[in-house]
Design a protein around this ligand. Sequence first.
Ligand code: GDP
Length: 476
Amino acid sequence: MHGALDDTICAIATPPGEGGIGVIRVSGLHALDVAAQVILPRSGKLLHELVSHKMTVADVCAPAITAGTVRGEQLPARFVIDEALVVVMKGPHSYTGEDVVEVQCHGGPVVLDQLCRGLLAAGARLAEPGEFTRRAFLSGRLDLAQAEAVLETIRAKTARSLTIAQSQRRGELSREVELIRSDVVTALAHIEAALDFGDEDITFVEKSELVGLLEAIGLKLQRLVESGNEGRILREGAVVAILGRPNVGKSSLLNALLQSDRAIVTPIPGTTRDVLEELVSIEGIPVRLVDTAGIRHTDDPVEAEGIRRSRLAWQDADVALILLDGSEALSDDDRSLLSSCEAAHVILVLNKCDLPRQLSRAQLEALSPGHGGVVDISATMRLGLDELRGTIRTRLMTSGLESREGVLVTNLRHIDACSRALLGVRQAQQSVADDRAGELIAVDLRIAADALGEITGVITTDDILERIFSEFCIGK
Ligand code: GDP
């Protein structure tokens, strides 16, 4: 159950542990009254008298009611917890739209804990996860997609994901969605007007005009849905598995891509017994690189378990790099791996190109024609890695929508809503083409409009809000 909106909420907004500074936020109708009990500006002014959005130095004190009892220690009546910088942001010009007080004090857990306790004793309650942003949404400061983009900004794994999150936070996706929704509503209005005055036999809109309008809406929605594939990868990251028999250089390749020495590299076959995962940015795409156990025939139960996990990791992967040792002839293990992989998800990588060749690119291309190109690399000499990164990117970003103009849909909830809207519009289009009843067309268009409204939060339920804001941290 969610707390009342007229409560004053407070929370530590900085991560737990020691830090240079720690920030506490207070928000609500009575934020200033509550905070004034523990924050005493050095200038002698009251908190209410401070200029909005201007920082000032203040003593942070235990409130009069708790002085003497903080953590059971005997304290003087007006015990000073810390010296802090304080900023008052008067509503509606604040993040939540309410009166907000932010306190920057020293980032020690006890300082923050005592300040927080002081605020609670003064009448605030602890904020729930995402409650500040939820209030920003409810007060109309942010729409729902923008509120979600706040979380995306915090969670962005690469510079590219951050750029997309920021564009969504500025409302670019919301604007596009609202434009499409308004077209759907226009089409719906035409149909409903025709229904209302149907008896008078007035044609409110030419059929061809309606067909054209619905087609244009459908194309825009289609583009958004298609962008979702790549958008999702940019947001959540892709999984790229490195497969190959022992000793072909899987760990060396992982290290080369990580540019560090996370995995253990040894010349003894079969050392990587388990699945290792690392997050890297490959040309702006967050990628979980999975180094798997060498896949070969074995009687060793521990190694066999590693191989089983490798196969699982590979099945979950968006792309699998099949690594082969170019300094050796193709082995039976290589052949069986090549024949067991689905070509669409595979990039063939020929390693150890610094050594004399036993296996050529042409030979490999002839052997597995369905697998597309082959990339030559040397993991230890760091050769061919840019080409490999480029090939991985192209394989992940298949439609190329990501690099073109226009907004991207990155969030599963938005992708789902766009898909439902597209289905509604396509069904309406079909009904118009088949000269079916206007009521039927209207139902499908209403479904489409509502689905789009869910993205920005024009249409929403407590359930949706609960799901979205519970993912936030406390203090955001
Ligand atoms: P894994 O079992 O597939 O993970 O293979 P490793 O990464 O442990 O490498 C096995 C051996 O091959 C090590 O001795 C590496 O130094 C060597 N190796 C890996 N990549 C290359 C390469 O590009 N060139 C050469 N010359 N040796 C390599």
